[in-house]
Design a protein around this ligand. Structure first.
Ligand code: SAH
Ligand code: SF4
Ligand code: F3S
Length: 441
């Protein structure tokens, strides 16, 4: 049996693709190994969102090829595969096969072709008509948490972003199929399902089947209600897009307790001028209105975001506006990125005129403001009791379990006899830098 080692970079969509590829390969007679050294085939599921992410691939292929004894096939799937295609064989002589983002269902065929001696095997073709989105019986990163893609691709074309090119146009999965999978996952012991997509708010299935019974302004908020009605313990969703984030989503969360109290709403910048140049379709005012509505929820929703510093033309004044907005929103977590020009995107044509030094200092300054937000939000939690899904036992102390709250904060806690997979009431005794510590009661 040939052994395959699979390494995944990038977002949840890649994690989800990898989960399905593991299952597919096992069904096709391959063995999946965690030990790179003993693998016959190494596959990298890659990300192109920033230059650094892309470079990881070349570093890793280099490491494998540097070992003269390693006689392995090396394959590339994911976003770099889709965007670079044939050029990967020229750039990097160590690559044997390339499988695009829509061709992951055929990765076993690419491996077989490469095994039989065909050089430069490449498949960038589209999905097969009967491509199966089903994740209810696939391998998963956790037995209790499942990622369920509800929409793939992106039509937004934010000027800095490569994703619409690597993932193609938006396509939504039928609501009835999503509900069926959630019920199946629940029967299989899954406690928490993450509905995932580049922009879940623009969920728009071809037919409404499965959503007719649910009130609500947008197909996405109706989908949330339909999924909530399955009774699965917890539902989270990422990523939201400010322009499409209808207030009705918060109303749905207020109505159903199993819709978790967490919203990830990437803002990218606090300057209207930069937001226009990014073509985000929202401005600071419209974003703040959404935030005010989120903060007014009686469920005390936690709020997280993504921010880019150093977009072309970003002035001190623009950056000051971003700092103001981060102070205003008091995010529970913010993922801050230095702008990285992506060839082929509209912003990639502009001069990358904010120097590396300025990008770094803005990054650090914003990180400092955000650290204060995090510490405020975590210390506020001390003394409160949260519902925590015990996802794994601590490596350091087997009496401790670790998991997430419904508002997606990480909690380590004294298990007092609880097991992995249990949903526990945990009283918080201590706020650490980025996590909480507590005691199961
Ligand atoms: N679909 C999501 C996430 C896309 S990628 C969304 O719309 O928010 C995740 C994050 O990477 C983005 O939110 C953005 O903050 C960051 N990002 C995307 N392109 C980037 C680039 N060229 N340089 C730096 N950060 C980037
Ligand atoms: Fe990229 Fe914008 Fe689409 Fe998000 S919404 S994936 S940032 S183009
Ligand atoms: Fe990266 Fe592709 Fe996701 S570029 S962020 S892996 S969609």
């Amino acid at each position: 049996m040939k052994k395959v080692y699979l390494e995944t970079f990038g977002c949840q969509m890649n994690v989800s693709d990898s989960e399905r590829v593991v299952t597919l390969l096992e069904n096709e007679g391959f063995e999946i190994t965690k030990d790179e050294g003993s693998a016959d085939v190494v596959i990298f599921n890659t990300c192109s969102v920033r230059e650094k992410a892309e470079h990881k691939l070349y570093t890793r292929v280099g490491q494998i090829r540097n070992d003269p004894d390693a006689n392995k096939l090396v394959g590339v799937m994911g976003c770099v595969a889709q965007l670079e295609g044939e050029t990967l064989f020229e750039k990097d002589r160590g690559i044997d096969f390339v499988v695009g983002t829509k061709a992951v269902g055929r990765v076993h065929k690419a491996i077989r072709n490469a095994e039989s001696g065909t050089r430069n095997v490449i498949d960038l073709k589209g999905r097969e008509d009967d491509y199966d989105w089903d994740v209810s019986h696939t391998a998963r990163h956790s037995p209790y948490v499942a990622f369920l893609p509800i929409i793939e691709g992106c039509n937004k074309f934010c000027t800095y972003c490569i994703v619409p090119f690597s993932r193609g146009r938006e396509k939504s999965l039928a609501a009835s199929e999503i509900v069926r999978q959630v019920l199946e996952l629940r029967r299989g012991g899954v406690k928490e399902v993450h509905l995932i997509g580049q922009n879940v708010n623009s969920y728009r299935p071809k037919s409404e089947s499965g959503l007719e019974d649910f009130k609500g302004a947008t197909p996405f908020s109706r989908l949330l209600r339909a999924v909530a009605a399955t009774g699965i313990e917890r539902i989270k969703f990422t990523t939201s897009f400010p322009r499409d984030f209808h207030p009705d989503i918060v109303d749905a969360i207020n109505e159903y307790e199993n819709l978790c109290n967490w919203v990830h709403l990437p803002v990218q910048s606090g300057s209207d001028r930069i937001l226009r140049a990014m073509r985000r379709g929202h401005n600071v005012d419209s974003y703040k209105k959404r935030i005010d509505h989120i903060k007014a929820s009686p469920r005390s929703l936690s709020l997280t975001t993504d921010i880019i510093v150093g977009f072309p033309g970003e002035t001190e004044e623009d950056f000051e506006a971003t700092k103001d907005l981060v102070r205003y929103c008091e995010y529970d977590a913010a993922y801050i990125f230095k702008y990285s020009p992506r060839p082929g995107t509209p912003a990639g044509e502009l001069a990358d005129d904010v120097s590396a030094g300025v990008k770094t200092s803005r990054f650090l300054e914003l990180e400092n403001i955000q650290k204060r937000n995090v510490s405020r939000s975590l210390s506020k939690s001390v003394g409160s009791t949260f519902s925590v899904l015990a996802e794994k036992r601590s490596g350091k102390d087997s009496r401790h379990l670790s998991g997430h709250t419904t508002c997606h904060k990480v909690v380590n806690f004294n298990s007092n006899g609880a097991s992995e997979g249990d949903i526990c009431n945990v009283r918080i005794t201590e706020a650490k830098r980025n996590t909480l510590f507590g005691e199961r009661i």
